[in-house]
Design a protein around this ligand. Structure first.
Ligand SMILES: [Zn+2]
Length: 147
């Protein structure tokens, strides 16, 4: 079965073999050091155009979160329908004190979410296209205890 990322240049692809972890791909301003995600061709802070690509840290801490309590409006392309939808958590995760990234939180119990809890970047199947291609996107899951 073929697989593809939901968008090129968002995270490392193909996925690294465990225990290596996927990384989100950002860019860093060569003038002021500002970091962006996703990659940007210009610095949002100082306007510099020299941006170098960088891999963001694979682990971060939960900064804040909310619950997606209803099926997103079109053009949402996920697999859920009004009948199968279950609320999920969306969090802002601070990666290495450099940037906050929004993503879906996997493998969590809403009541157990806590400010500052450690989360790892994960890349998971998001949906399957008509030709069987699996489309992957990134999110976050509780950090592996063994690490
Ligand atoms: Zn800059």
């Amino acid at each position: 079965m073929s697989k593809r990322p939901i968008s090129e240049g968002l995270f490392t692809w193909p996925l690294p073999a465990p225990p290596a972890q996927p990384r989100l791909l950002g860019s860093r301003c060569e003038a002021c050091g500002a970091v962006t995600f996703p990659r940007s061709s210009g610095c949002p802070r100082c306007g510099e155009e020299r941006m170098e690509s960088c891999e963001l840290p694979s682990r971060g801490t939960l900064y804040t979160w909310t619950t997606q309590g209803f099926l997103p409006k079109l053009p949402y392309l996920g697999p859920e329908t009004q009948k199968t939808f279950e609320p999920w958590a969306v969090g802002y995760v601070e990666l290495g004190d450099v940037i906050r990234v929004e993503g879906r939180l996997h493998d969590v119990v809403l009541e157990d979410l806590a400010f500052g809890m450690e989360l790892d970047v994960v890349v998971r199947p998001f949906r399957t296209e008509e030709d069987g291609t699996e489309v992957y996107t990134f999110g976050f899951a509780p950090a592996a205890q063994s690490m």
